[in-house]
Write a protein that binds this ligand. Structure first.
Ligand code: DAH
Length: 340
């Protein structure tokens, strides 16, 4: 028996050393450890041995099995390592080839301007509020005190979806939505940036553009607060030496209403093409929130007052970056976009 074991072991070692593929290793496994394998046969023959020899022989056969198992595994690892080494040796890497640079985009000028506007107002303690672009006629007009015959309510001027809904023509409906949600709490201090839609299309008007709405509601809010807030905003946006002026105007949802101009940043007030020789540039509409508008949300206009303002983001961007045609903002020409 011992001779048989030795013989098998030697044969096994020889064959193992000569194996060059995983298939060969598989065949060896079957040959020695399979159902009819040589080592399996040895185990079976133990039964026919004298009982006193069995334990020792059993142990030898078992050691043989363990040795083969380990050797097969070791060999398999060696083969894999050799294959990997061969693959790496065959692979050539040309480090002189030019790299593929990933092109990094830039923020759109409108995004830059909106980011800056948000920063300025967040710095003054405002929160940012969003409203739906598909808006109810009720919020877009009714709740802003717009009379039934107002021109914006005409199909010619706004994009209607059905009798009750339209693409909002202004961000002002967010005023009413916010007040509805918050009432009776005060204070409210929000801005609401977003897209708005009107049936306009020329060098200074696009059917889709962006506005930022502002609303402050609290006890004792006056036109003076509005003026101070806007002056602060304008100076952070366009430079410390800007001035503003308020001209009387009309909006159905504010009383009094004003149009706000800033002193021209190009000529400093002397008069130039941009300010049409007036020294002033109109940038926004604003006013003291109309008592009716407060009432419709449930606020008592005897107790709280507010101011509101709204301006066009494209117009701010055009003034800030000296862009003279609004349409370039939406053409996505990289030569334009790369400048920012
Ligand atoms: N919604 C107005 C517009 O689109 C702008 C505006 C004017 C907003 C006065 C206001 C405001 O909040 O008080 O023309």
């Amino acid at each position: 028996m011992i001779d048989k074991i030795k013989e098998i072991q030697e044969m096994m070692e020889g064959e193992l050393a000569g194996a060059v593929s995983n298939e060969q290793l598989g065949e060896l496994k079957v040959k020695y450890l399979g159902k009819k394998g040589l080592i399996t046969d040895l185990s079976k023959s133990l039964g026919k041995m004298a009982p006193e020899d069995r334990p020792r022989m059993g142990q030898l056969v078992n050691e043989l099995r363990v040795t083969l198992d380990g050797a097969l595994e070791q060999k398999s690892r060696e083969l894999a390592a050799a294959a990997e080494a061969a693959r790496l040796a065959a692979e050539t890497l040309d480090v002189t080839l030019p790299g593929k640079a990933t092109k990094l985009g830039t923020k759109h000028p409108l995004t830059l301007v909106v980011d800056q506007i948000k920063d300025i107002f967040l710095g003054m303690g405002y929160m940012i509020e969003e409203g739906p672009q598909v808006e109810l006629d009720y919020y877009n007009f009714e709740r802003l005190n717009l009379p039934a015959d107002h021109p914006a309510r005409d199909m010619q001027d706004s994009f209607y979806i059905d009798a009750q809904r339209l693409l909002r023509s202004q961000t002002s409906p967010v005023q009413a939505r916010t007040m509805d949600r918050v009432c009776p709490q005060t204070p409210i201090k929000i801005i609401s940036p977003g897209a708005v839609y009107r049936r306009d299309d020329d060098a200074t008007h696009s059917p889709m553009f962006h506005q930022v709405e502002g609303l402050v509601v609290d006890e004792g809010i006056s036109l003076a607060d509005l003026k101070g807030t806007l002056l602060n905003f304008v100076r952070q946006m366009f430079g410390e030496d800007r001035e503003i002026r308020l001209r009387p105007s009309f909006f159905p949802f504010t009383e009094p209403s004003v149009e706000v101009d800033i002193s021209c940043m190009l000529c400093g007030g002397e008069g130039c093409r941009t300010c049409k020789d007036t020294g002033w540039i109109e940038i926004l509409g604003a006013g003291v929130v109309h008592p009716r508008v407060l009432e419709m949300s449930g606020y008592d206009p005897e107790k709280v007052t507010g101011f509101a303002f709204g301006f066009g983001v494209e117009r701010i961007a055009m003034l800030k970056y000296g862009i003279d045609d609004l349409r370039v903002m939406f053409e996505n020409d990289v030569r334009f976009l790369q400048k920012f």
